[in-house]
Design a protein around this ligand. Structure first.
Ligand SMILES: [Zn+2]
Length: 148
């Protein structure tokens, strides 16, 4: 299972201590999910946020990107079928066609940037439609390759 986790610290409403919210993003049963678990290090107050599919809220994404750095997904070789790429992008991100076209353009040129789980998820969906792509950590062209 591909997944990443990060911690977001804030102030506990109850006691003023440190509230740690652990956020997770992962691929499970062919879907992209995120969930979170929060607990106060002082009073033990906490809660669990149910897994939700799709793109996580902004603060969750930024925490994951800050903790792990972005990943880059790029289509390698000639695109066999642009319609397949557009279809995958529209299914995964639920974006309108013009935006899917822009994303497809990034995907086939410089590469699309996001969290590892997001890029791996797109990668799997593209592969199932016969589109070859690769995921790398976004540390520049000399960046370390993420092992499969
Ligand atoms: Zn507390």
């Amino acid at each position: 299972m591909t997944g990443q986790t990060a911690k977001i610290e804030s102030r506990c409403d109850g006691c003023g201590g440190t509230l740690v919210r652990q956020v997770n993003q992962f691929i499970d049963r062919g879907q992209l999910w995120w969930d979170a678990e929060a607990s106060c290090t002082s009073c033990g107050d906490g809660w669990w946020e149910h897994p939700d599919s799709g793109k996580p809220p902004k603060e969750v994404r930024s925490a994951l990107l800050a903790a792990h750095g972005p990943s880059r997904l790029r289509v390698v070789g000639p695109v066999p079928n642009l319609v397949s790429v557009l279809k995958v992008l529209r299914e995964v991100w639920e974006v309108p066609l013009p935006q899917a076209r822009e994303l497809a353009d990034e995907l086939t040129h410089a590469g699309l940037v996001g969290t590892l789980a997001e890029m791996e998820f797109l990668h799997t969906r593209l592969r199932s439609r016969g589109v070859a792509a690769e995921v790398r950590s976004d540390a520049g062209p000399e960046g370390e390759r993420i092992p499969p």
